[in-house]
Design a protein around this ligand. Structure first.
Ligand SMILES: [Zn+2]
Ligand SMILES: [Zn+2]
Length: 207
């Protein structure tokens, strides 16, 4: 599995380019800004991007979706309950609207239990609301892309519209902390971590 991380834009949002080495099919998770950087890396890797998957609708994760879509023709996928926020109605979107283009409407609406297939790779969509209504994590072989749900030794904020701190922790505990310790966690901001490390040290999870 190819996994490339790019830190993009003023909020240092993590974008991941994920690819299947044999078929060269790929997806881009959260192209938040700097479309040119994302697209040139995709080109270098020789990937055909099938999906642009959004862990949630906040502007710092979706700012380069329009350009990425136009360049790759990939399907934009986001959870049903965050689809509306793609139209830049959240506070961060309002703040940044002048400098970033609002994404086009999604092509595929995700719900809990869906699968995203990239060549021979399969990723399970799990719904983890609490940072936003339609926040998701993507689970692949030994890896979890957690958006702004779970960070290295922290969790996402829950004080923005649609946020709910209790729901956020519940989702992390019941859907992520059940994964094997050595699962690599790729969050929406900051450094990678593992499920085992978070289970042991994350101060926001009382488990
Ligand atoms: Zn967010
Ligand atoms: Zn974010």
């Amino acid at each position: 599995m190819i996994i490339e991380k790019l830190e993009l834009g003023p909020f240092g949002s993590n974008c991941f380019i994920v690819g299947d080495e044999s078929s060269k099919e790929g997806m881009v998770i959260d192209p938040g800004a700097e479309a040119d950087r994302v697209l040139s890396r995709v080109k270098d890797l020789g990937l055909e991007i099938k999906f642009i998957v959004l862990t949630h609708g906040h502007m710092d994760h979706v700012g380069a979706v329009r350009e990425a879509k136009e360049a790759t023709g990939a399907d934009i996928a986001i959870h049903t309950e965050d689809a509306e926020s793609l139209q830049a109605t959240n506070p961060m979107g309002m703040m940044l609207r002048l400098s970033l283009q609002a994404p086009p409407p999604p092509d595929r609406l995700l719900t809990d239990g869906d699968s995203i297939d990239i060549g021979a790779l399969h990723f399970l969509v799990i719904h983890t609301p609490g940072h936003t209504l339609g926040g998701i994590c993507l689970l692949g072989e030994g890896v979890a892309f957690t958006g702004d749900t779970l960070f290295n030794l922290s969790i996402g904020r829950s004080d923005m519209p649609g946020g709910d701190g209790r729901q956020l922790v519940d989702g992390i505990v019941t859907k992520l902390m059940v994964l094997p310790d050595d699962t690599i966690v790729y969050p929406g901001h900051g450094p990678d971590t593992t499920i085992g490390l978070e289970r042991k040290w994350n101060p926001f999870l009382n488990i």
